[in-house]
Design a protein. Structure first.
Ligand code: PHE
Ligand code: NA
Length: 469
């Protein structure tokens, strides 16, 4: 196989901290800031936190470890890592590559909107729109009424629509990061982006919780609706959020772990990344709901009427709040959208690395050839076609039930292949235990091999019945 030569001179992370930052950078993304608060709220508010934590501990971190161990042990990205289990399993790897390609295109468009809004925050463009921020988003930014998006649509010399140029910028950054390689590109970007993100987002949350009325928002977020616990779709939503948020089931963590040096503490890293991601997610929930509380206080309508869905929350509700801030509205608006861009970019880079690594490992392409072909291909498709299709509905559907089922199902399939068909959990456990002081034992094997798959099957069955039955 031509891949063999590549495997010998495989790239490596510079340091363990570099790997952890990159893995956390992949995990912490639009899902934390843009998706989690809304999903938590829709699925029982405070009561969602219980299924969420159970999903994190019994499925999220165990599955993260499975992917780490799989990637590190085989020193290869998803297609080869799965192929080593049994031949047909290579299909799972390629399926993940395919999902990553589609996800990357749409994910980059959302980052593009965030970049547009970072600019709009400074000019306060939406505040000049007589029909409000919702009209601004749908009819100006997305141009729904026009039926298409322009690459760059100007009106009276002002740039009002079209996400083309921000998308070009985003894909240029992705290209540079991946072209420079694992250590000098991916690791470097995350070393800068993640600490910066934490500081900027911290400032934002402090501002949010000190706003008038923030308490009401936090109450709405944390007040549990225990009735939600008996609803299978709530549990599915919790598992799907954990999987999406930790970037598992897409082959990303397999690729990232494959660049670790031989004696690496996989278990310690997985725990660090898992808790860092969830901490950031809870912080985002607190920040977003504190702000929604402020908005409810300003407008006199209750908090639950401020939540208008995942997309609306960031691009309709937020601009409105930002304009209404007593002081520093341009600054805080810019900060919020800059955080979305930073978090999104580091995740996007990790998504695109999946097909790049697969082409290097399995097709024997050089990194340069892979990056030029793949980033060029997905980037061009995103830049040329996304602005012209009505991406909002696709995004909505992608984020809805199908995606939930899709993510949970993908996780289930990979667990069944590894644990039940190839029966490799004991080997993967021993592999992780070799260089870690935290030893995986029966709890990991039973959570991952038995509880999680049986639970996912039952929940998928129940949720399917509920939705279609
Ligand atoms: N984990 C990222 C987030 O929370 C999204 C993501 C999903 C990234 C899948 C990579 C792969 O936004
Ligand atoms: Na995340």
């Amino acid at each position: 196989m031509t891949g063999e030569k590549m495997l010998k001179q495989r790239e490596h992370w510079g340091t363990r901290a570099g790997f952890i930052l990159a893995a956390a950078g992949s995990a912490i993304g639009l899902g934390n800031i843009w998706r989690f608060p809304y999903v938590a709220y829709e699925n029982g508010g405070g009561a969602f936190l219980l299924p969420y934590l159970i999903a994190l501990l019994t499925a999220g971190i165990p599955l993260l470890l499975m992917e780490y161990s799989l990637g590190h042990r085989s020193k290869a990205s998803a297609p080869i890592a799965y192929r080593r289990l049994f031949k047909a399993a290579e299909g799972i790897g390629w399926w993940q590559v395919g999902v990553a390609v589609v996800l990357a295109a749409y994910y980059s468009v959302i980052i593009g909107w965030a970049a547009r809004y970072a600019g709009f925050s400074i000019t306060q463009t939406w505040a000049d729109n007589p029909d409000g921020t919702e009209d601004f988003f749908f009819n100006r930014v997305l141009q729904i009424s026009e039926g298409y998006w322009d690459f760059a649509w100007t009106e009276n010399g002002t740039w009002v629509g079209g996400v083309g140029w921000p998308l070009v910028g985003i894909w240029v950054i992705v290209f540079i990061a991946l072209f420079a390689g694992v250590r000098r590109g991916i690791e470097m970007v995350n070393r800068i982006a993640i600490p910066l993100l934490v500081v900027l987002f911290g400032i934002l949350v402090v501002r949010a919780v000190t706003l008038e009325g923030s308490g009401a928002g936090l109450n709405a977020f944390f007040t549990p609706d225990f009735g939600a616990l008996t609803n299978p779709t709530v549990w599915i939503a919790a598992y799907a959020q954990i999987f999406f948020s930790l970037s598992i089931g897409f082959g990303i963590m397999i690729a990232y772990a494959s660049y670790l040096r031989r004696k690496s503490d996989l278990t310690g890293s997985a725990l660090t990344v898992g808790f860092a991601n969830s901490s950031f997610e809870l912080l985002a929930g607190i920040g977003v709901f504190a702000i929604l509380g402020y908005m409810a206080f300003q407008s006199g309508t209750p908090v639950d009427e401020q939540v208008t869905g995942s997309i609306g929350l960031a691009f309709v509700a937020f601009p409105e709040i930002v304009s209404a801030l007593p002081w520093g509205s341009a600054f805080f608006g810019f900060l919020f959208f800059a955080c979305l861009v930073l978090a999104g970019l580091s995740s996007l880079i990790s998504i695109v690395q999946v097909p790049v690594a697969a082409a290097q490992d399995r097709l024997g392409w050089s990194r340069q050839k892979s990056v030029i072909t793949i980033v060029g291909g997905i980037g061009a498709a995103a830049v040329l076609f996304m602005p012209m299709t009505n991406g909002l509905y696709v995004l909505d559907a992608a984020d809805g039930a199908i995606e939930n089922f899709g993510i949970a199902l993908a996780a289930l399939v990979s667990i069944i292949a590894v644990a039940w068909i190839a029966r490799k959990l004991p080997q993967l456990r021993d592999h992780a235990n070799r260089w870690s002081s935290i030893k995986l034992g029966w709890a990991w094997m039973i959570s991952l091999g038995l509880i999680t798959p049986l639970f996912l099957m039952y929940m998928l069955f129940q949720a399917t019945r509920e939705r279609f039955g």
